[in-house]
Write a protein that binds this ligand. Sequence first.
Ligand SMILES: Cc1ncc(COP(=O)(O)O)c(C=O)c1O
Length: 404
Amino acid sequence: MKKSFLSQDAAIIASTYAKADVDFVKGKGVWLFDSKGKAYLDFAGGLAVNALGHSHPAITKAIKKQSEKFLHISNLYPNLPQIELAKKMLSLTKFSKAFFCNSGTEANEAAIKFARKYFFNKGEGNRVEIIAFVNSFHGRTYGALSATGQEKLKTGFGEMLAGFKHVEWNNAEELKKAVGPNTAAIILEPIAAEGGILMPSKDFIKTINELQKQKGCLIIADEIQAGFGRSGAISCSKLFGLKADITTWAKAIGGGLPLGMALINAKIAECLKPGDHGTTFGGNPAACAAGLAVLEIISKPKFLANVKERSTQLKAGLEALAKKHKFLGEIRGEGLLLGIETKKPVADLVVACRKQGLIVLRAGTNVLRFLPPLIITKSDVKKALEKLDAALLGYFLNYTKGFN
Ligand SMILES: Cc1ncc(COP(=O)(O)O)c(C=O)c1O
């Protein structure tokens, strides 16, 4: 079959991503359009980045306005959009200071460094251990990759950073045994998204909070996918009652431009001095202006209420589909970070959905994941469920053999 024009040319891009055979040329709201004008309902949201969908006027206006002043001045000088975005995020989350970078992996690098530096400054330089979880995902650079709990992502890349331990997700007993006098921090996603949308149990969250109190270790909450409105709240870790010392943010916070952030509490902020960490582009003025435009909209109670309502609607629709299509399993997630287990290869279902004009994602090996723009309406969800139903029918026909 003839490949789309972009897919043919994409062969010159290093093959670290298995690129889909589709040539998107435009996006508007919750829709993407290919070169032939076919419309796709975008329930992947650029991997949880496009909270306001595509070409939202508030974002394009903010970027244009800032680009007419300056795009970059470096972090040697204060820049207003960065300060405004930090102020608003800090007031919403009750953290003390913000560190800006460009991506999620960098936000986690910063968090790991800050946790270790905090104990170093206290005279506990041996306290460098980071406890993370099996199936977690924190990024691809060496610190964040060392924290990531997926062996397949580390294979072939030599030694990971020393001092990282991985504990089974939701295993409070194993966690209690793992945290010791040399533990600097426990790092976790409030929802282990890439690992299969794994929800934390109440007991697990309680144990993490207790360990922080009893053992004096820090909690790093990775809000990169679940945070910034996606869970129906600005902070997903707070929603679940986690008492984080550091939270890390990226994806949606730049409104589609690269931006990352670590929010830190006062005691960690105190241990940082000029030169301790940095990045040339971090907190770029245009990215911060775009992020602030998004935050002004998503932080409104009415906006977050819509996220919860659409979540309930989508979950109910998925439950109905799970009753109809027996090869579907458990539905998991919070807000508009939702997934449904499938008993057959989910990659094929992602392609079947795309053929029906619905863009969805995979999580883990057998979970179909939905990360729609947070602006979706009742009718968008209805359309998505219809497209999914049609895709499931074709998927079922392909896999009739072997179902039980
Ligand atoms: C929870 C979480 N942490 C970290 C990252 C890494 O972010 P980035 O790809 O911006 O480096 C991701 C990306 O998927 C993520 O989902």
